[in-house]
Design a protein around this ligand. Structure first.
Ligand SMILES: [Mn+2]
Length: 355
């Protein structure tokens, strides 16, 4: 499986006229080699894969990294690359979205005759297509998050602080087998729910609040991401209306998601329904994002996206409408693109819940 990933990457190097590739993004190093630590560099040449890390990770690398030649060195890993003459001559690709300017300056000083060529997404585009092992890890993460939603929704009540619900989410996900939260849980109630990226504050939940619960967890490095919006006591008329609009928009996007369709078009399917209902300007973000070793990765589901859906992609579909001073609603599921349709992994109910 990792050998396939390296071979696919090598084909991409050829088509980009690169003699070798320098991997510095730690999630890409994990994807290619299996290393779960935090400090490493990987060099993929036409013939070899080198993995460099510091002595703290010597044991771990010996245990986890079998696809590459492991080199351990004190001091800067770039200097180890020079000392061991790892880089071939010619054009070396680097990850322009992940290498700092100072690191690149340093590299150019160490290798004055080498051409360093910026690249973007070389590994990420491969990682967007999940194999069965990856899908299984995501399925497990999604399953935990679904269960925890059923538990924490019962805690939502007037007088309970958003932060208490967030703490419960974290605790329950761990107790159900998650390695960690995917991100700091969002629990946003009342006017706070109109902020698409609110966190959990000390605000107490009040009667007639809409409460956006957006959280996920991590299993074997892979993430889940779920959003449900529930209502306290009663549902304000306009929020009930937008709940229905979002449910329709999400269902239409799920129905339309299949291999070969562009991500821009998929975003457009949901956006059109929201616009026709009169809420276009209150849908302030993209329809969704790929999910895997990162919470946000390729493909991007937006009007600016140039990505196309392929079998094996796993992503979120999460339309939202945010009405300032009234409240917001968002519904988010994780889906996987199959041969000719898309399957929804998230199982938490989408019925309108009033607690
Ligand atoms: Mn999301």
């Amino acid at each position: 499986m990792r050998a396939n990933r390296i071979e696919t990457l090598r084909r991409r190097l050829t088509s980009h006229r690169l003699d070798a590739f320098l991997v510095t993004a730690i999630h890409n190093i994990r994807y290619l080699t299996g290393f779960t630590g935090s400090n490493a560099i990987c060099v993929v040449t036409r013939r070899e894969v080198y993995f460099l890390t510091d002595p703290r990770y010597e044991e771990q690398a010996a245990h986890e990294v079998s696809i590459a030649r492991v080199l351990v060195g004190k001091g800067r890993l770039f200097e180890l690359i020079a000392k061991r003459s790892i880089l071939p001559g010619g054009r070396i690709g680097y990850e322009s979205e992940h290498l700092t300017v100072s690191a690149l300056t340093n590299l150019r000083k160490l290798f004055p005759r080498t051409i360093f060529a910026p690249t973007a997404g070389l590994v990420e585009e491969i990682a967007a297509l999940k194999d069965e092992t990856e899908r299984e890890a995501i399925r497990k993460a999604v399953e935990i998050t679904d269960k925890v939603f059923d538990i924490v929704v019962k805690r939502v009540a007037p007088g309970v602080r958003e932060s208490e619900i967030a703490a419960e989410i974290t605790y329950q996900q761990r107790m159900h087998g998650a390695e960690a939260d995917a991100f700091e849980p969002i629990v946003a109630s009342g006017v706070q729910s109109a902020y698409p990226h609110a966190r959990a504050s000390n605000k107490k939940i009040e009667n007639r609040d809409s409460v956006v619960l957006d959280f996920g967890c991590r299993v074997e490095g892979y993430h889940s991401d779920l959003t449900r919006t529930v209502f306290v006591g009663a549902v304000p008329k306009q929020l009930r209306e937008i709940y229905g609009v979002l449910a329709d928009a999400q269902a239409a996007a799920i129905e339309a998601a299949r291999p070969g369709r562009t991500c821009r078009r998929l975003d457009g399917v949901a956006r059109r329904i929201i616009r026709q209902a009169g809420y276009g300007r209150y849908f302030k973000h993209s329809l969704g994002h790929g999910i895997g070793l990162n919470v946000h990765e390729l493909p991007r589901l937006s009007q600016l996206s140039t990505d196309t859906l392929h079998r094996g992609m796993v992503m979120t579909i999460e339309p939202g409408i945010y009405l300032p001073a009234l409240g917001g609603v968002r519904i988010e599921d994780v889906v996987v693109i199959d041969d000719d349709h898309c399957s929804v992994l998230s199982q938490a109910t989408k019925d309108l819940i009033v607690v």
